[in-house]
Write a protein that binds this ligand. Sequence first.
Ligand SMILES: N[C@@H](CCC(=O)N[C@@H](CS)C(=O)NCC(=O)O)C(=O)O
Length: 349
Amino acid sequence: MKRQLAIGIMSLALLGTGCAQLESSKSSRLELIQKRGELICGVSGKIPGFSFLKSDGSYQGLDVDVCKAVAAAMVGDPNKVQYRPLTAPERFTALKTGEIDILSRNTTFNLSRDSIGGNGVTFAPVIFHDGQGIMIKKEQEISRIEDLNKATICVGSGTTTEQNLNDAFQERDLSYTPIKYQDLNQVVAGYLQGRCKAMTSDRSQLAAARSGFKNPKKHIILDQILSKEPLAPASIGGDQRMSDAVRWVIYSLIAAEEFNINKQNLDEKIIFANSNPNQTSLRRFLGIDGGLGEKIGLENDFVVRIIKSTGNYGEIYNRHLGPNSSVPIPRGLNQSYKNGGILISPPLK
Ligand SMILES: N[C@@H](CCC(=O)N[C@@H](CS)C(=O)NCC(=O)O)C(=O)O
């Protein structure tokens, strides 16, 4: 009896080791990307300022620069990215079937998506704090959601937008008829053709869409904000090596702004850190000491590669959404915590 028990315990212990080995030897998407030498990034392609396909065939925007930063860190070249334009209903399937490596497509981070019982993906940190808004034609004299009782509203399907719209009307005992479309261009066309009285989407998208209208001033985005829409990149769930790397790429962009390191002063900062052994935090951040990259499957100077490619988060934001861009959106919550916003990176230690 005792012997049987001992054998049982031994085999359980072996099983335990076996599982642990299996777990650590399970290959990660990160290795596949590194072997391939290219990142496959799912984007929208239709939202100026975030991800937009230009007439020369290149993609541009904040979401696109996230793809570039991840590629710079993982394969050493921001241009080694294959972009896959995806509609909202397609995006999670593309991630789960492995058609794309990461999703960088104005996607809201929430519990149902970031869980094994839900969409089964893992979100990286938020790269743009957004909220849902409503756009109407100025001539309609609508100023509040309550003025839209019984109205038709154009909305994209397979989005949090659809769900929030329902919640916002239900909570106020109002009714509405949704007119649903697969993508943003269709929502905009429906709205401009008068199929609905108002259109709703993330406020960033309303601003981006309006920037392309013939007469932007004839359209108003209501002040009321229906929801929190923290937009974040995502990778497949259950692959920690992959999600660690993506997460720390995003944090590096935010931390670089905190350190006041940008494309212009990067070389100076490297020289300064190299010749000043007492600059311990800076040296770790730039990969001179500490071996941080190794811990997440990247080169130790991954932060340097990222900043060289895209600049820090603030530079990316200004390029695509800053006052001189084609879709100016005040930074608001998306400022670094050092400047009154809520973006903050845990220490790269
Ligand atoms: N952030 C929301 C909404 C995102 C979304 O996909 N909205 C649609 C509005 S129709 C869109 O962006 N479409 C862009 C496109 O059509 O490519 C979410 O994650 O569900």
